[in-house]
Design a protein around this ligand. Sequence first.
Ligand code: GMT
Length: 380
Amino acid sequence: MKIGIVCYPTYGGSGVVATELGLGLARKGHEIHFITYRRPVRLAHFDANVFYHEVDNEDYPLFEYPPYDTALASKIVDVVQYSNLDLLHVHYAIPHAAVAYMAKKILISQGRYVPVVTTLHGTDITLVGNNRAFAPVVEFSINKSDGVTAVSQNLKDDTLRLFDIQRDIRVIYNFIDFERFRKTNKEHFKKIIAPEGERILAHTSNFRKVKRVEDVILIFKQVHDKVPSKLLMIGDGPERQNVERLSRELGLTNVVRFLGKQDAVEELLAICDLFLIPSENESFGLAALEAMACEVPVISSNSGGLPEVNIHGVTGFLSCPGNVDEMAHYAIQLLSDEEMLQKFRGNALAQAKRFDIENILPHYEAYYEEVLERSVVQVE
Ligand code: GMT
């Protein structure tokens, strides 16, 4: 199949999932065309089945906001025509589902039909999409997609609750590539971070409000008071300054390390004992899955799709968003009991295996086939 993939090329989960999906499909022999405004972070190596088309977003003094949507629609039309794509898969509804609809209409006017699959990732529905500034367009473009997938059952339920959706939404879970995310021996590195054998906790995110990054520091403060430990803060974003200040105020400067954006997160996870993700909302929690694949149990909130990934009392513990004391209690309990920690490590790996990319890719392939078949009938 020749598939066009549109996504945000950044460190965000949706861009990561879209890129890994494309690369996985390319390994299976599909021809993949990424259409993005910058080379996606994880698209680092040459692959004969992978093509990259950069959206040329021309700036002009008249524009306060360069018209990304128009540039993207034009690029999609161009790539579909000249690379002869069978299907377009857009990740993150805003604005990609609407832009894909416009491109589809232009192509129809040129006598060409390209079916569009939209994957909903979370904030495009729960946070931004639900905002009145975007809602009518989000609803319309979901309904006009030829296929719609959501990365968790919870996100599907939210979408149906928040919008008037007339089409079926298929749940296809996010996935993990065990070639990359697995526990490797990084003892030398562990000794540098925790020379006294301290426990190592980690958090990864884009440091936006929805992640409740302050809670990570507050939980760690309680843990550190009871268990010798270090915290790795991986990623960057708007809340970073606030949480750096908070960690200084709490006297944690020497035990919390802010590492910024990191490409090889798996190497850091390899030395960790516990992962913290106390988000206000999280449609799936790819970061939690990455930790679990590296045998790191998870203390998370119970919001969104997290309970579909992290199993309470098995792979970690879940509490209501904001319940810092309970999360700290669970963390201390787990880190103080070596036998329990080892058991949870094994459970985390076993649960992560359910989301192995090898198991999930066939679901996307089957869904593409289904959508293509439906589209042929429609066109006839
Ligand atoms: O979490 C973010 O702010 C980034 C966002 C994105 O669109 O990249 O992540 C969303 O998509 C990820 C991949 O499907 C999910 O794992 C995240 O849970 C989801 N984030 C939220 O729902 C807040």
